[in-house]
Design a protein around this ligand. Structure first.
Ligand code: AZF
Length: 450
């Protein structure tokens, strides 16, 4: 057994997202989002699940903040539902929507928990989608207007801001693979969406600086990690394209003012390229204060130009390791390697692990306890790698576990559970799992033995 320690000011937290937990989808003036439309479309989400009620967190601020307080977290990462505060995406403000987030933020601050706010975690106002959504340049300025509203409204209360959660999901999972809302299958559109969201990110950061908002701002890509099947140039490049797709494609424009050459050339070979307009790359290149790393799993990849390799000619070969209940391979070493790669490539910036967690569908047992030992093991394995990264000189400043509670897992619906707290979706009763108590101990000690 060995002891794994963390710095004194390490920001321990948990994460959630608006559409996944809030519910109240048509209450108090909230406008429709693309996820309401998508989830209400038969066949898009397993079991026909949707976020109409979710965890009903909209009506349970005090209860959920008490869960956070009992857990002992330093920060709480949540996201804002854009259509709850701007029902049409721009223009008229819904005060009741802003009031909800004031209730949440005030309760967090009153309990000594720092709000960590994600401006966009996928619930685009449907009204903007009707005008082309992220495929249209018009959405860029709509996002900048929304961001400015939130900056001014919560100036001094919220000091940690994330513009976008997982831009790869916003662009490719949603517009090339068609798995998430709005469900398109168009590679050029996905590349357009990537570019427009990057410009929107840059404009929001620029306004954040111009307005003199106190605090820090960053972005949270879901950078995947891949291990080469053979130690050959072809297989290594096949891996570079995997994390180039979800990480470098977004971080290079922000840090270097240009798209990664190897990915640009790959897309151009296929006949695609980003719709860059003069001045865009300078806007995107606004300095940011941190990168959020969302990490769950890795893959082992090899070059394969055939169907198994897909658009990137990069075929995933099983790592042969245990999988979580959602089928993702458990590879904690990948977290360290990803942190190392990110630190080395982008000048050792401040990093937060803004999401890491595991799907295990353990249910309530006799006596009302939930013995999710597999989740404890997963978290311990990954926290060892986080501690290792810090000892290796990487500026990892915090860890936000995904997720505080079971919630709406997008196209998987409610069947996949990531929470430290179990949610009974019939009664909405919250039950702390064994992993909640384990994580509470880690936070309070700031170290753990394994
Ligand atoms: O799949 C688990 C999580 N991954 N990152 C984005 C979150 O919204 C998901 O629930």
């Amino acid at each position: 057994m060995s002891i794994h320690k963390f710095p004194q000011d390490f920001k321990w937290g948990v994460a959630t997202a608006s559409y996944q937990i809030e519910g109240a989808y048509n209450e108090d003036g909230r406008g429709m989002s693309i996820w309401d439309t998508f989830a209400h479309t038969p066949g898009k989400v397993k079991n026909g699940d949707n976020g109409n009620v979710a965890c009903d967190s909209y009506h349970r601020v005090e209860e959920d903040v008490q869960l956070l307080k009992d857990l002992g977290v330093k920060v709480y990462r949540f996201s804002v539902s854009w259509p709850r505060v701007l029902p049409s995406g721009r223009g008229e403000v819904n005060q009741a929507g802003l009031d909800y987030y004031h209730r949440l933020v005030d309760a967090l601050v009153a309990n000594g928990i720092e709000p960590f706010c994600t401006l966009y975690h996928w619930d685009l106002p449907q009204a903007l989608q009707d005008e082309g959504g992220w495929g249209s340049r018009g959405t860029i300025d709509a996002f900048a207007e929304y961001a400015e509203l939130m900056f001014n409204e919560f100036k001094g209360k919220i000091k940690h801001w994330i513009t976008f959660n997982e831009p790869w999901c916003m662009a490719f999972l949603s517009n090339y693979l068609g798995v998430h809302a709005p469900g398109n299958k168009d590679l050029q559109l996905a590349i357009d969406v990537s570019h427009h969201l990057l410009v929107a990110h840059g404009k929001a950061v620029k306004r954040f600086r111009e307005l003199g908002i106190p605090g820090e701002i960053g972005i949270a890509p879901n950078t995947a990690w891949a291990v080469p099947y053979r130690n050959t140039e072809e297989d290594i490049e096949a891996c570079l394209r995997i994390y180039g797709w979800s990480g470098d494609w977004y971080l290079d424009p922000i840090y270097f003012g240009e798209y990664p050459k190897f990915m640009l050339e790959w897309y151009e070979k296929l006949g695609y390229k980003p719709p860059v307009v003069a001045g865009d790359m300078d806007i995107i290149r606004q300095p940011i204060d941190f990168i959020g790393i969302n990490y769950y799993t890795s893959s082992m990849n090899r070059y394969n130009p055939g169907e198994a390799g897909g658009m990137l000619s990069s075929e995933a070969v099983s790592l042969g390791v245990a999988k979580t209940d959602i089928g993702w391979e458990i590879y904690a070493e990948g977290l360290y390697q990803l942190l190392r790669y990110t630190a080395d490539k982008y000048g050792n910036p401040n990093l937060y692990i803004t999401e890491n967690g595991a799907c295990y569908n353990d249910g309530l047992e006799q006596g009302g306890r939930i013995h999710d030992q597999r989740r404890i093991d997963y978290l311990a394995m990954h926290l060892i790698q986080a501690s290792r990264a810090i000892e290796d000189g990487i500026n990892l400043k915090g860890y936000m576990e995904w997720s505080l509670m079971d919630n709406f897992e997008w196209a998987e619906g409610y069947g996949m559970r990531f929470g430290l707290v179990h949610v009974d979706y019939d009664t909405l009763v919250r039950t702390k799992k064994d992993s909640y108590y384990w994580y509470k101990g880690v936070i309070s000690r700031n170290w753990f033995e394994r």
